[in-house]
Ligand binder design. Structure first.
Ligand SMILES: [Zn+2]
Ligand SMILES: [Zn+2]
Length: 328
């Protein structure tokens, strides 16, 4: 058992991929983040960033001579979050086990959308041509996803999970057209909140603030600068109501939720490196512990004494009150 929760960014762009000389510093791939917790690999979204991640995972599997077990979470099913999936190499390995979760009106919705994305008219290979063992399931906001030792399960409560389990909670936000899932991934007392494709409200998104409270890392949509959002940037229409945030909105949530580091995410594809760097500088004035995500950025959260103690306390039934109060 290692003692770090690792986050790695593989795609940080919103809307559509943006390759070219102007985006080499932050990268042009669409949304994909890898989280490693307790030896488990969790992937957030399958924008084009999942393609290089897939190659890396395939390499790891070959080197370590073992099959991969992966958990993939979709925030929503807009194409910048799904377009890399047909090119995800590990899905073509029969010895890969892939657990896929995301939103949808029925348990089947997510599967149907992914099947449509790979219909014969739009892509040469169907979902069935990807021989990995896959479970694809729509989940509800009230449910928790738990990865406990070798088992992945979905339930209404994580109370039976062991102290080493990865626990994933869901907040359904309506601050994006069609809705979006915000995820909170917790392992041994450390938490990461992934809040992409979300637009701030006047007076803040209070539900998001409550959901993200005291997270160690908040990954938050910050697609636009203020001028762009208001329609004051030459050549760009106002983007109010598009379902994406400004730096100010992201920083307000981080400050109110008293999170650790704020990572600006889902950069506008029209923004060059200079513009994204300006977003980062603007965020740091409002919330000093801020950074703009770039491809290859790695964040390692070391378990501290307190969170380890909390985990130990959870294993002892006579510390029941501590268990109930612990944040998972
Ligand atoms: Zn998006
Ligand atoms: Zn979207």
């Amino acid at each position: 058992m290692n003692d770090e929760l690792k986050i790695k960014f593989w795609g940080v762009r919103g809307s559509y991929p943006a390759p070219g000389a102007g985006t080499v510093k932050y990268g042009g791939n669409t949304s994909c983040v890898e989280i490693n917790a307790g030896g488990h690999t969790i992937i957030l979204d399958a924008g084009t960033g999942i393609i290089p991640l897939g190659h890396e995972l395939a390499k790891r599997a070959i080197q370590e001579k073992r099959g991969l077990e992966l958990l993939l979470l979709f925030s929503h099913l807009h194409h910048d979050h799904t377009q890399g999936f047909p090119f995800f190499t590990p899905a073509y390995f029969p010895n890969t086990r892939l657990h896929v979760f995301g939103p949808g009106g029925t348990p089947e919705t997510l599967k149907q959308v992914l099947e449509r994305n790979q219909s014969s008219e739009t892509f040469p290979l169907s979902l069935r041509d990807m021989p990995a063992a896959k479970t694809i399931e729509s989940v509800r906001e009230s449910q928790v996803i738990v990865w406990d030792e070798e088992k992945v399960w979905v339930g209404e409560s994580a109370s039976s999970a062991s102290p080493d389990a990865v626990v994933i909670r869901i907040h359904k936000s309506y601050a994006h057209p069609g809705g979006v899932y915000v995820y909170r991934i917790t392992w041994r007392g450390k938490s990461v909140v992934y809040a992409t494709d979300t637009e701030g409200y006047v007076g803040m998104d209070r539900k998001l603030v409550a959901f993200a409270r005291n997270a160690d890392v908040l990954i938050h949509d910050a697609q636009y600068n203020e001028e762009h959002y208001r329609g004051q940037l030459a050549g760009f229409p106002s983007t109010q109501g598009y379902g994406h945030s400004t730096v100010t909105m992201a920083a307000e949530v981080a400050a109110a939720a008293e999170t650790g580091e704020l990572i600006l995410f889902h950069h506008d594809p029209a923004y060059t490196d200079d513009l994204v760097a300006a977003q980062e500088a603007a965020a740091q004035k409002l919330f000093p512990d801020s950074r703009a995500a770039h491809e290859g950025l790695e964040i390692k959260l070391r378990l501290d004494f307190r969170s380890l103690l909390k985990s130990v306390a959870k294993t002892k039934p006579d510390f029941g009150s501590l268990r109930d109060g612990s944040k998972i």
